[in-house]
Write a protein of this length. Structure first.
Length: 85
């Protein structure tokens, strides 16, 4: 989810929580809420969904390579043990 989409969803949920009369406060209040939310999220150490998905794919490939290397090592150990027997 992109940051602006996240903020829009956050503000929508906030509007649903606040009493119905709060929507009557007008666009100025919503602009101030949006600016405050944006400032709060800018201070957080967040990554985009795309960045998260990319790192997750890298981690998956690394795990697969590690498992393959572990299997090769186990096979080599068996070969060495068989040669010494």
């Amino acid at each position: 989810m992109k940051p602006n989409e996240f903020i829009n969803q956050f503000l929508h949920q906030l509007n649903n929580i606040i009493t119905p009369g709060a929507e009557a406060l007008g666009s100025e209040m919503q602009q101030k809420l949006r600016a405050a939310a944006q400032a709060a999220f800018d201070r957080l150490d967040l990554v985009t969904r795309d960045e998260f998905d990319a790192q997750q794919a890298v981690l998956k490939r690394s795990r697969e390579k590690l498992e393959k290397l572990e299997q090769q090592l186990a096979e080599l150990k068996v070969q060495v043990d068989n040669q010494h027997s």
